[in-house]
Write a protein of this length. Structure first.
Length: 245
């Protein structure tokens, strides 16, 4: 049985992860952390999980994670994971990070899109968590940088075509549409019902942080520079993603 902890368990990504892990026959959930809901039962935050995950959410403690977990999933905002993952790795724990902190091997690309990286020594050991492409590397990975949502929906169809030399790599256009849950659980005027209901808009055209993530993986697989035209849209639905390439 694999003992697993989820750091940031009450965000949308963390909660979905808890649901998946709770249903896995070979996983025992041992630690759920939440800054906002410390000392609150997980199923009080998400009543649909009653009888499935009744753990009490804890404050983040690396020592507690090291003692109670074999693998730790970090479902936290960018920048926070890089401050705790080095200690977990040093204590021989396996880590799957759901932020962007370990998706890039090139720190300069990460820093251009996000912020300074304080754990650059770990970047080359991180395996990009696209299971369908990097399955063999992931089997023995100590640190996994889980892909972003748009990159997953873009890379899954593109990488096989790229490897089969079936693409003109200088003219790839990605038109992607996402539901509002991709913005996370924190309050924001842009994700309020009255702002997004019956609305359909492109956003962050040419500057979305997932564009360099997509480009970097395609460049790695092609062995030469690939740059896609990526246009994300927000559509009035809660979940899911639709990508036309």
């Amino acid at each position: 049985m694999i003992r697993a902890g989820v750091v940031g368990a009450t965000g949308y990504a963390g909660a979905e992860l808890v649901r998946l892990l709770a249903g896995h026959p070979d996983v025992e959930l041992t630690v759920l952390t939440s800054r906002q809901f410390t000392d609150t039962r997980f199923d009080a935050v998400y009543p649909a999980m009653r009888g499935v995950a009744d753990h009490t959410c804890e404050a983040l403690s690396v020592d507690r994670l090291v003692a109670a977990c074999d693998v730790v999933f970090t479902a936290l905002p960018h920048k926070i994971p890089m401050s705790i993952v080095p200690d977990l790795i040093a204590n021989k724990k396996k880590v799957v990070d759901l932020s962007a902190d370990f998706r890039f091997h090139d720190a300069a690309i990460y820093e251009a899109a996000y912020q300074p990286h304080t754990a650059q020594a770990l970047l080359n050991m991180a395996v990009y968590g696209l299971c369908e492409v990097y399955f063999n590397e992931l089997r023995d990975a100590v640190l996994v940088g889980n892909p972003g949502c748009y990159p997953t929906s873009t890379l899954l169809p593109l990488v096989p075509l790229l490897k089969s030399d079936m693409l003109k790599i200088d003219s790839i256009v990605v038109d992607a549409k996402s539901g509002v849950s991709g913005a996370g659980r924190s309050l924001s005027i842009g994700s309020h019902f009255s702002e997004v209901n019956e609305s359909f808009k492109a956003y962050k055209v040419g500057v979305h942080r997932h564009n360099p993530e997509i480009d970097s993986i395609l460049t790695r697989e092609a062995g030469k520079a690939v740059s896609v035209t990526f246009v994300p849209h927000l559509v009035p639905m809660t979940r899911c993603m639709f990508t036309t390439i």
